[in-house]
Write a protein that binds this ligand. Structure first.
Ligand code: PRT
Length: 107
């Protein structure tokens, strides 16, 4: 099992965001802006859904990696640290998903 974490990838995204868009996909996405990067995230999410429906395990692993990477890029552009997302997930522990859904302030 890999020791690589989302926090490691967030650090890479942070470094590569400052690179030249000619030499970095991350920098290219960041330069394209939040709207385009979010669209790319949506495309990757749809590809993950298709892989899941097709029960294509390998493709689902690969598309899931694409989703997580592109999500981190969108969070970077939006100025949201991964720790904010982890804090939100931590806040939800010990509570059932159904109770959390019922208590949400936004849908
Ligand atoms: N984890 C990733 C990662 N996952 C996916 N991708 C890129 O995301 C892009 C999207 O791939 P797709 O094939 O889905 O899309 P596409 O190439 O636009 O093709 P179409 O779907 O449009 O036909 C590809 O160029 C992938 O290489 C990633 N690019 C970078 N990283 C990480 O970021 C680091 C820095 O990368 P650079 O910023 O490119 O230096 C890398 O070392 C990795 O750790």
């Amino acid at each position: 099992m890999s020791e690589f974490t989302l926090a490691d990838l967030e650090a890479i995204v942070g470094t590569r965001a400052a690179a030249s868009p000619e030499e970095s996909w991350t920098a290219k996405l960041v330069a394209s802006g939040q709207r385009k990067a979010a669209k790319k995230l949506g495309e990757e999410a749809v590809e993950a859904v298709i892989a899941a429906i097709a029960e294509d395990r390998q493709n689902l692993v690969e598309e899931s990696a694409d989703v997580l990477f592109h999500l981190l890029v969108v969070l970077k552009i939006a100025g949201i640290p991964l720790s904010d997302v982890m804090d939100e997930l931590a806040r939800r522990t010990g509570q059932s998903g159904l109770a959390e859904k019922a208590g949400r302030t936004s849908s």
